[in-house]
Design a protein around this ligand. Structure first.
Ligand SMILES: Cc1cc2nc3c(=O)[nH]c(=O)nc-3n(C[C@H](O)[C@H](O)[C@H](O)COP(=O)(O)OP(=O)(O)OC[C@H]3O[C@@H](n4cnc5c(N)ncnc54)[C@H](O)[C@@H]3O)c2cc1C
Length: 287
């Protein structure tokens, strides 16, 4: 039977993590308990983060937000949703109400699945992960943090303390395709964000490569092709953008979808996301 360790503070949690790296962190348990119940994981100890108050808080952070790793998706939607549209749209698609009440952004990052819905919006908007240990803290971009399918930069003695997300600088969208409309792991996902002040476009995809990633050639194409003084977006621009995002993907065939289907889904989602964000921007500019 696994030992159950319940630190009361982040400092205590870090000390336990340093002394007992075999203890697996437990947040909402919506990924980890599935592993335990199916006996795919038999950890010697569980490090329950449920009493660590520091992880369950969010705050303003410069021009953005610092969201504690233990803040569940429901609270992100209810409390800061309007200011982080892509992340909130993604959070709304996670599992069911019960899963969103328990599941956290820290757990989404801890699992590091390429299909984690929280990850493309964080990559597209320049989100950062704050990692802590008894050695101190460090901050890495979410794009760097995810290194491959379910592998991350998290060191054995580290915990995810928080995620830093810049406030929206323009319209944002998240779109996902699955085998049904709800309670579904993404077959493909795309997050698109306009940075109106800097006239920049950022796009990231999920579930179509070993890790969530940006499509930089598509971003550069869109910036050059769009008329930022309020011009309409034609289908040729949206479709070319979608094709370039799909070119950046490296999907695989698996039980949920073929690589070809995933690539096609990414192209369609990206083309639509760019049109949606652009039309929202134009409505604001031309109103
Ligand atoms: C029915 C069902 C439907 C789901 N649907 C979706 C979906 O639509 N989209 C989606 O993205 N996910 C989905 N999930 C997966 C899951 O809900 C999410 O990945 C969620 O974000 C996990 O968060 P958690 O707090 O429950 O993590 P946990 O299960 O507690 O932990 C997950 C991993 O992260 C590690 N971890 C947790 N917190 C920390 C921390 N602070 N520091 C370091 N490591 C940490 C744990 O050790 C573990 O390895 C679903 C799961 C279920 C059971």
């Amino acid at each position: 039977m696994a030992r159950f360790l319940r630190p009361g503070s982040l400092a205590e949690a870090c000390e336990i993590r340093a002394a007992q790296p075999e203890a697996v962190p437990l947040a909402g348990g919506t990924d980890l308990m599935v592993q335990l119940n199916s006996r795919r994981e038999r950890p010697a100890a569980l490090l329950d983060l449920g009493r660590v108050a520091e992880l369950t808080q969010w705050s303003r952070d410069g021009d953005g937000f610092r969201i504690g790793a233990g803040v569940p998706f429901t609270r992100i939607i209810d409390e800061i949703g309007e200011q982080l549209p892509a992340l909130t749209a993604a959070a709304r698609t996670v599992g069911s109400a019960q899963i969103r009440n328990r599941g956290t952004l820290g757990g989404n990052l801890g699992t590091g699945s390429p299909a984690g819905d929280g990850l493309p919006p964080l990559v597209a908007t320049g989100g950062e992960v704050e990692l802590v240990s008894v050695r101190g803290s460090r901050t890495v971009s979410v794009e760097e943090f995810c290194t491959g399918p379910k592998t991350t930069l998290l060191a054995p003695d580290e915990l995810v303390a928080a995620v830093r997300v810049p406030a929206a600088r323009g319209p944002q969208r998240f779109a996902k395709v699955g085998t049904r409309n709800a309670m579904v792991i993404a077959i493909a996902a795309v997050a698109t964000a306009l940075d109106v002040g800097n006239r920049a476009v950022r796009v990231a995809f999920g579930a179509a490569g070993p890790r969530p990633a940006r499509a930089r050639a598509a971003e550069e194409f869109a910036v050059a092709a769009l008329d930022w003084d309020g011009g309409v977006i034609g289908p040729e621009v949206a479709n070319r953008f979608g094709a370039l995002v799909a070119e950046a993907c490296t999907p695989i065939d698996d039980v949920r979808a073929s690589a070809a289907y995933r690539r096609r889904a990414v192209a369609v989602l990206a083309a639509r996301s760019l049109s949606w964000t652009w039309n929202e921007y134009r409505r604001g500019t031309c109103a």
